[in-house]
Design a protein around this ligand. Structure first.
Ligand code: GDP
Ligand code: MG
Length: 388
């Protein structure tokens, strides 16, 4: 018999953000080094993080590095990105839904434009918890660092993060990487702050089950299996579910993750669901499997859309109302009409507010990310702001 999957610690998604050269990648490497020494992670050197392969998330190519580690109480997936454009695309599309972020600010330079922009974006996309790493504390003088700390707290307060009580930890990623005990301790203090100040996103697990279908397979003698990542909620063998858009009610008769049977799948897990009595062609990629009656699909919504610049592989010419591209929403690919309202035109490199009418109903909600594509290439990244 196959061994069952055992969940030992809650899983959270976090990431580093902040101005270029403030030390995000160095800090990410230092965290893995400190935890490797504790025996709960694998050291990932700077070069491997900074030269991460390009990834296609929601049809957008993003340079993103994922590292994975554990503290005593949590399992973390941590993302680090090389460039400012990667942050914009990644955060706007929600390619990595962060439960919390480590804002890296150089104690030598203080707040810079990308520091402020990332905090603003974090607020917009619903990152509720920020822990500050005042990095390069080894090289800064104390008075100046105090001033930078005040400035960061003010920035957080201005964006609704409660700067007065926010955890701010003075660290040196570089010295910790070199094995300096004082600065190794600073990284441990930072991780403790993340463990205690970023709560496990409970509501996410308590929400009704939802899984966007990535693939459909047939297992001879057993039936139809759908695979994908559980977006929210939990599901157990025996649970009733509906396949939206197919008008199907069914029961989950089997559940696996990475080839191992499991009793309960949770938000964040990659799973295969065996569905009772469902024909192979009744389900396809892009459909949603959800708790019965838990979602009402819709087709009209407002959104903020970032139009990729030509340098990022986007368009060279502006778009205007009546533009009819493809929308990649979760795993679905749907055509839709864009209305730019009074803005009239959107140039490459701009972020605009639009109203969209899709060609068919899909489950929508504020905060949901999507990609805009045209002729097989990505030209925009957006977030739903309201369902109409
Ligand atoms: P990123 O662009 O935010 O990912 O920054 P990097 O991690 O690439 O670091 C940028 C530069 O700052 C590199 O030259 C690092 O060696 C240096 N650096 C990073 N962390 C520290 C630190 O804690 N102290 C000092 N003195 N330099 C650092
Ligand atoms: Mg970097």
């Amino acid at each position: 018999a196959k061994t069952a999957y055992v969940r030992t610690k809650p899983h959270l998604n976090i990431g580093t953000m902040g101005h270029v050269d403030h030390g995000k990648t160095t800090l990410t490497a230092a965290i893995t080094k400190v935890l490797a020494e504790r025996g709960t992670g694998t050291f990932v050197p700077f070069d491997r993080i900074d030269r991460a392969p390009e990834e296609a998330a929601r049809g957008i190519t993003i340079n993103i590095a994922h590292v994975e580690y554990e503290t005593d109480t949590r399992h973390y997936a941590h993302v680090d990105m090389p460039g400012h454009a990667d942050y914009i695309k990644n955060m706007v599309t929600g390619a990595a839904q962060l439960d919390g972020a480590i804002l890296v600010v150089s104690a030598l330079d203080g707040i810079m434009p990308q520091t402020a922009e990332h905090v603003l974006l974090a607020r917009q996309v619903g990152v509720d918890h920020i822990v500050v790493a005042l990095n390069k504390a080894d090289a800064g003088d104390e008075e100046l660092t105090d001033l930078v700390e005040l400035e960061v707290r003010e920035l957080l307060t201005a964006h609704g993060y409660g700067g007065d009580s926010a955890p701010v930890v003075r660290v040196s990623g570089l010295r910790a990487l070199e094995g300096d005990p004082r600065w190794t301790a600073s990284i441990e203090a930072l991780l403790d702050a993340v463990d205690t100040c970023v709560p496990v996103p409970e509501r996410y697990l308590d929400a009704p089950f939802l899984l966007p279908v990535e693939n459909v397979l047939t297992i001879t003698g057993r039936g139809t299996v759908v695979t994908g990542a559980v977006e929210r909620g939990t599901v157990r063998v025996g649970d009733r579910v509906e396949v939206l858009g197919a008008g199907l009610d069914t029961v989950v008769t089997g559940l696996e993750t990475f080839g191992k049977p499991m009793e309960e799948a949770q938000a964040g897990d990659n799973v295969a669901l065996l569905l009772r009595g469902v024909a192979r062609d009744a389900v396809r990629r892009g459909r949603i499997v959800a708790a019965p009656g838990s979602v009402t699909p819709a087709r009209r919504f407002t959104a903020q859309v970032y139009v990729l610049s030509a340098r990022e592989g986007g368009r060279t010419t502006p778009v205007s109302s009546g533009y009819r591209p493809q929308f990649y929403i979760r795993t679905a690919d749907v055509v839709g009409d864009i209305d730019l309202g009074e803005t009239a035109v959107a140039r490459p490199g701009e972020t605009v507010t639009v109203t969209v009418e899709l060609g068919r109903d899909v489950p929508l909600e504020p905060g949901l990310g999507f990609a805009v594509r045209e002729g097989g290439r990505t030209v925009g990244a957006g977030t739903v702001t309201a369902v109409l």
